[in-house]
Design a protein around this ligand. Structure first.
Ligand code: SF4
Length: 312
């Protein structure tokens, strides 16, 4: 069985995380999920009692942006708390072992916890040439993804590369880059969390909902959680219904005008960036005066280019 979480508060304290910090994260997740009855108190109680579900985090054709998003979220970081709630058994960027010992951690988890671990996939999977464009420990990314995701309790594809191919899939796509849904057809309980990168608060919310209720969030037709990708950015944008800005740095730009004339893709882009924000919940692209480039949408690189119009 996975490890017990009984001494959670003691382990959090060792990382310098107080109960107050922990409850604050539970409260933030409760607000983001907006599931009736899933309150901060219920989340905190359930997390302390739930076993530590093993995680395998795979990285393929990526820039490590989702890992950075995971690690650099806040202080104390969401990652610090998640690393105590779950057992991160394999992550190429974070783990200490290298070579065969590192591979053993992944292989042992798949063998010991079939159907009980969660796979997190970052980066596209090259399917061309039978997977030859990305190999790890002598095996193709395609082969590893099919084994790990195929035997997982669930797979969470984080970032637009893992969900739909992202920039590695930009035309002419010489490696046959694809997202998990194409490269690993039939992966059980696949959840897509696009974004360049994904927002760690959304990832934490999905993981914590599972630990709390043993259920997954409601998904849309692209397997994206509705709580995070249910509405276009434009719908709740504070710049909505303001006059359109014609040039960066102009008075109307600085005063919070609409960025549509500069190429904003907020009307076509589904995400909750304005709600969860970035950099320790400080700001988001449109809030900082940069138009939305549509990074949570499939094929945004080819579809929305050029990103800049007028003055950019
Ligand atoms: Fe919509 Fe973008 Fe204008 Fe905001 S800035 S109102 S998202 S077009």
């Amino acid at each position: 069985m996975p490890l017990s979480n009984q001494d959670l508060e003691v382990r959090l304290a060792r990382r310098g995380i107080s109960r107050r910090d922990f409850l604050k994260l539970c409260g933030a997740i409760s607000a983001v999920l907006a599931v009736p009855g899933v309150t901060a108190d219920r989340i905190a109680t359930a997390l302390a009692a739930a076993p530590r579900t093993p995680l395998i985090w795979l990285e393929f054709q990526d820039c490590t942006g989702d890992t950075e998003s995971f690690l650099r979220a806040s202080n104390p970081s969401v990652a610090d708390i998640l690393l105590e709630l779950f057992s991160l058994n394999y992550h190429e960027t974070l783990m200490v072992p290298a070579g065969p010992l590192a591979e053993k951690g992944r292989l042992d988890t798949v063998a010991q916890y079939p159907g009980q671990y969660i796979a997190i996939v970052e980066g596209a999977i090259p399917t061309g040439g039978n997977g030859v464009y990305c190999t790890i420990g002598g095996r193709s990314a395609l082969d590893i993804a099919r084994e790990v995701c195929g035997k997982a309790l669930a797979t969470i594809a984080v970032g637009t590369c893992a969900t739909s191919g992202g920039w590695p899939k930009a035309l002419p796509n010489p490696t046959g880059a694809a997202g998990v849904s194409v490269a690993v057809p039939g992966a059980p309980n696949l959840i897509n969390m696009p974004g360049c990168p994904m927002n760690v608060v959304n990832l934490a919310s999905v993981l914590v909902q599972y630990q709390t209720t043993k259920s997954w969030p409601q998904l849309d037709s692209l397997r994206r959680p509705v709580f995070a990708y249910g509405r276009p950015i434009h719908d709740s944008c504070p710049r909505k219904e303001r006059d359109e800005v014609k040039n960066y740095g102009a008075a109307d730009h600085l005063a919070g005008g609409c960025l549509k004339s500069l190429g904003c893709r907020g009307p076509e882009t589904r995400a909750n960036c304005h709600q969860v924000l970035w950099n320790d919940q400080t700001n988001w692209c449109v809030g900082a005066g940069h138009q939305c480039v549509g990074c949570t949408e499939a094929d945004f690189w080819d579809r929305f280019d050029p990103f800049y119009r007028n003055g950019g």
